[in-house]
Design a protein around this ligand. Structure first.
Ligand code: UDP
Length: 247
């Protein structure tokens, strides 16, 4: 079930449901896109039709942030829970490892994907990382990157270029890629490489992961003040929907 949150159709799923749905794509002949928008990405969509279209091409859209959950609540279509892309990607790799499906890690600064690959292989027995590549390239290199990924024989592709670059890259290259599922996972490679720490579990539980990231990476402040704007837009949207319903 998808809900329209400020023009983006978001799947209403728990983490387990999301992992189950996304793992169904493993082995598929078509390439499926998974995106994990937060409040900032919802706002970017307002002024970036190319990003909105790219997200529209995704098979599965997770709510990756309290801002999206709050907006959904205001719109009276509450979402079950936050599905952090970072955790969804990891949980999918556990299933891929069991099934013998391989993963290609694409994105972040040179050396980060290799480091993440090493750590992920230590954590997930049987995981096959069939290739890595950093995320700094020119558009002219797209075909060479697609070839490298296809030649690796990957089933799963992590695309960690940050938003909106990763969503647009996946939509543009979907038809050329032979992977069965690709996920736009932002800074996840930095997390698994150990360069960026996730918040302690109690903070995640209290929905305060944003506060931890703000303390650790104060430059994010400019991005986080987007949450109140999303809430304001959701309130306006609700008013508009109610008015339409009365008309
Ligand atoms: N990045 C990249 N290529 C670029 C720009 C960014 O590979 O051209 C990487 C960057 O090194 C970082 C990730 O994309 O690893 C973005 O991380 P961020 O924490 O900003 O993403 P978020 O998780 O907040 O979406």
């Amino acid at each position: 079930m998808k809900y329209d949150i400020l023009g983006v159709k978001v799947d209403n799923a728990t983490m387990d449901e999301a992992v189950n749905a996304v793992s169904q794509y493993l082995g598929s002949k078509d390439s499926h896109i998974v995106v994990t928008p937060n409040a900032e990405i919802l706002l970017m969509c307002e002024n970036d039709p190319q990003l909105r279209d790219a997200i529209g091409k995704a098979s599965f859209v997770c709510a990756d942030g309290v801002g999206v959950l709050e907006a959904a609540k205001i719109l009276k279509t509450p979402l079950k829970e936050k599905v952090a892309g970072c955790d969804l990607g990891y949980n999918l790799l556990k299933i891929a490892a069991k099934n013998g499906n391989s993963v290609f890690l694409f994105g972040a600064k040179p050396g980060v994907a290799e480091c993440a690959a090493k750590n992920l292989c230590e954590k997930i027995p049987g995981l096959i990382v069939c290739g890595t590549r950093d995320g700094y390239f020119t558009p002219e290199q797209d075909d060479e990157i697609v070839k490298q990924i296809n030649d690796s024989g990957a089933d799963v592709l992590w695309v960690c270029l940050g938003a909106p670059k990763q969503e647009k890259w996946m939509a543009e290259n979907k038809d050329k890629l032979n992977v069965s599922v690709m996920l736009g996972l932002g800074g996840s490679l930095d997390v698994y490489a150990g360069n960026v720490k996730r918040a302690p579990k109690f903070m995640i539980k209290c929905k305060a992961e944003w506060l931890y990231r703000l303390i650790k990476e104060p430059w994010r402040f400019g991005r986080m003040i987007k949450i109140p704007r999303v809430i304001k837009l959701a309130k306006q949207e609700l008013k508009r929907r109610n008015k339409d319903a009365r008309a």
